[in-house]
Every structure is written in C-alpha cells, then in structure tokens.
Design a protein around this ligand. Structure first.
Ligand SMILES: [Zn+2]
Length: 364
C-alpha cells in the first residue's frame, strides 16, 4: 500500500496525511514536521556563514530535501495535494526566513564597532530652511544691487562719533542714555543703528557713494512681540556730486517695494524728523495683504509703516568731511525683522530667534 493514514486524534487540524518518503515512497505529516523542525534547529546551530550555507544547500539546494519532496507531488493523491503543497511551502518560507535572519545576525557580529552597516535604515534629518532674516537681507541686497548699490559692512562695536556725533545727534539726546544704549566704555558702545557704516564709508571715500548696510544693531529694549534688544537693520545711502533729489529716493524705494512685496505695492511719504536727514520722511508701503482696502495687518489704514528716510543733512556732510555745496544725497533705513514679519505673516518677533524647527520648517 503506497499510502499511510495517520490519525492524530489530538485535536490537530489534520486527521490524516500521507506524504512520500524516499525509502518507502511515503512521508507522514509527522515526519514532515520533524524534518522542518530539524532544519530550523540546524540553522540555529550553524556556527558560521559556511555552516549556514551547508544547511541551505542541504534543504534548498538543487539536490536538497525540499526540491526532492516537491518532485514527488505527482504521487500524492489529488485530494491531498493542496494541503501537501501548503505544508511544504510553509516549511520553505520558514526556513528561508530563518536563514536570512541568521545571516544578518552573523554579518552584524562580524563587524566591529567602527564598521558601516549598509543594511541599517538611514537616519532622518529635518530639512533646513533659510532664516527669514537672512532671506530679507539677501533679497534686499539683490534688489538694490540691480540699482547699482553695493553692500558695506562695519563692526558691531562703534565709537560715539560714528554712532551719534557724525549723524548730527545732539550731545544730550536721550538716545545716548545708558537706559537706551549698551555702553562699553565712555566712548565705545554696541551700535544702535547701522548708520555708522555710512559715516565710515563717507569718511573714507569720495562721492559717489551708493551703499546698503545690513547688520545687527543693539538697543536696551525690553523684549516683547514687536521689540528685541538685538535686531537687524538695513540702511541705504546714495551721495553723488550730480543732483540727487527726494524724487530719486521715492522711485528707489517704490522699486524696492514692488520687488519685495509684489508688483502692486505702492509707496507714500509722510513728513517726519530725523537728526541726520533734512527733509525727513516716514515711508509707508501699501498693504500687500488687502491691497490698500484696509485689513487687520495694516490696522484698516491700507498702509504699513516701513522705513525712515530723507535727504542727508548738510551738517552730516560737514562732519564727515564733504562739502555740502558740492554733494547731494539721500539715506533710508528700515528693520529687517519688520519686513520679514510683514512679508511672511509672522505675528511675534520672538519667533525669529527661538530656532523652533516647527516654525522654521513652515518657511521651507
Ligand atoms: Zn491691509
């Protein structure tokens, strides 16, 4: 009789099984299970990669046990074939999984602590984004460079002459108080504006001077949603021996407004006072959010205050060694953070300094 019926009788799902063996042409399910268990034990016992390979060849190789058993499929009664196939495939899958797992463990064990394991998943890094302050500075520099301006730089520590005196600040102006300015000595201070760079340029170079001066500035301000003790300014200066007028200033800032805030942005001047310019103006850009109709961003006015500007005061020319009768020029200045907050809709200046990646990644 070619087939052997096995009654498990122990509540197992299969009550009969009849697979072929090499000797008798029969293999019981019990034997099949025993061989599967043995193959897995051999994988576990394999001491190195070559032993593991021997196990693989013995069971899965061309002349191995599993292909031999599969070849005998034709001799299994048709009604038992599906179950036979399922069991053999389950054995093959279990054996292959065990071999793969053991190989990766063996591979990892072979490596020392410094080795690179190319099978490990990569580490994830949060993608960076350019900081809004850097973006505004770079965009501003690019826009003004198209108008012939160059970027000038100066030190954060300045002297009294460059920061105040040469800019026509009266000797007892409150902005010089220790409550407003970080004084380091009687003469040295952390610059309260980037205007001293203009003084440095004018004292060193003859006109024409056409510069913008982005940089850090320092004031004794209490930090809140719109103030910081350390912020950034960009100032601009154009001085020439050819006539330069307030209209030139306005067209320059109008060009900047359109390039920075969009082609619909407009600009308006309001009379004001600054010690180093005469006449002086405050500069508003039309609101880029509502287009001038009025919204919360512009406090319903349709305009947003952006910059201070004006024609350079003749007294400044004299203090830096220029002849006020021979030169013409304008200057302007604005806060970088203010532009960034308006342009990117940032409600609190402190967000710019906290380096919270949840905020910065929004700007990527
Ligand atoms: Zn608005």
């Amino acid at each position: 009789m070619p087939l052997c019926f096995i009654d498990f009788g122990r509540g197992l799902p299969y009550t009969t099984a009849f697979f072929l063996t090499e000797s008798e042409g029969l293999m019981t399910l019990v034997e099949l299970n025993a061989q599967q268990a043995q193959s897995l034990d051999e994988v576990t016992a394999a001491a190195d990669a070559s032993a593991l390979e021997q196990v693989r060849i013995r069971y899965l190789g061309r002349n191995g046990s599993l292909p031999a058993i599969i070849k005998q499929m034709k001799d299994v009664p048709p009604e038992e074939r599906p179950e036979f196939g399922k069991r053999v495939q389950a054995w093959r899958a279990a054996l292959e999984a065990a071999l793969t797992a053991k190989q990766s463990v063996a591979g990892a064990a072979k490596m020392d602590g410094n080795a690179f394991d190319c099978t490990l998943p990569g580490r994830w890094f949060a993608p960076g984004a350019k900081h809004p302050v850097s973006r505004v500075i770079e965009e501003t520099a690019a826009i003004f460079s198209r108008l012939g301006f160059t970027v000038a730089d100066g030190p954060d520590i300045e002297n009294r002459f460059n920061n105040f005196t040469a800019l026509n600040t009266p000797a007892h102006h409150p902005s010089m108080d220790a409550s407003d300015t970080f004084w380091l000595t009687d003469d040295l201070l952390l610059r309260t504006q980037t205007s001293p760079v203009q003084v440095r340029m004018m004292t060193q170079y003859k006109p024409p001077v056409r510069i913008i001066t982005p940089g850090r500035t320092y004031r004794r301000d209490t930090t809140d949603a719109t103030h910081s003790a350390n912020f950034h300014q960009i100032e601009g200066l154009y001085v020439d021996t050819k006539p330069v007028s307030l209209a030139d200033l306005k067209s320059t800032l109008a060009y900047y407004a359109k390039e920075m805030m969009g082609s619909k942005a407009g600009v308006r001047f309001r009379p004001h006072f600054f010690p180093f310019t005469e006449p002086s103006v405050e500069v508003d850009f039309s609101c880029h959010v509502c287009g001038g109709k009025g919204c919360r961003v512009c406090k319903m006015s349709g305009w947003i205050e952006i910059a201070g500007a004006g024609m350079v005061d003749p007294r400044v020319y004299r203090l830096v060694g220029y002849d006020p009768e021979q030169v013409y020029g304008y200057a302007f200045g604005f806060g970088v953070e203010r532009i960034a907050m308006i342009k990117y809709g940032i409600p609190d200046i402190r967000w710019l300094y906290e380096n919270d990646t949840r905020f910065l990644s929004q700007l990527a």
